[in-house]
Design a protein around this ligand. Sequence first.
Ligand SMILES: [Zn+2]
Length: 190
Amino acid sequence: MDAEAASSRSLATPLRGAIRLCRQAWHHTARAALDIALPTLCVACREPVAGEGLCPACWSSLSFIAEPFCPRLGIPFVYDPGPGLLSMQAIADPPAYQRARAAVRYDEIARTLVHALKYHDRTDLAPSMGRWMARAGRELLEDADLLVPVPILLLHVIEAVVQAYIFGMLALVYIASGMQAHEQTHGEGG
Ligand SMILES: [Zn+2]
């Protein structure tokens, strides 16, 4: 019995190896056929591209943000004004947040990438874009206790609620002042 079992095991091992090789060959062939039938296109210019994401021309057009930049807004400086100095925009109109960072300038190619990820299910772009953001925000991420994704829709809802509240308050103020004027007129008349 032991000899039979050992013999069947020794046959099963090469058979498993052969099946695995066949599977790999099938995957390679299917992938090659798919690449010929449906070549991967550059997200930005729609030219066929080897690999995923961007073609070399669009990739080299991406404008990655590096120092010097405004320590508050994260926008790049044309020249280095010295450590800790804020941009004119940050001084004139300070934002609600303390520090923000961006990986690339939001130009046409960057916008196409963001829209492809957000609206066209190109989740394959997420790993590389995530790495860019991690690199750009390294200094902030080191101090962070928690990472919280904020859906843009939620921001729009909050903005709409705040606006509705402000408009409601304004309406109440106008109604109250109108009632006061009415009472004064009637009071004077009576
Ligand atoms: Zn391209």
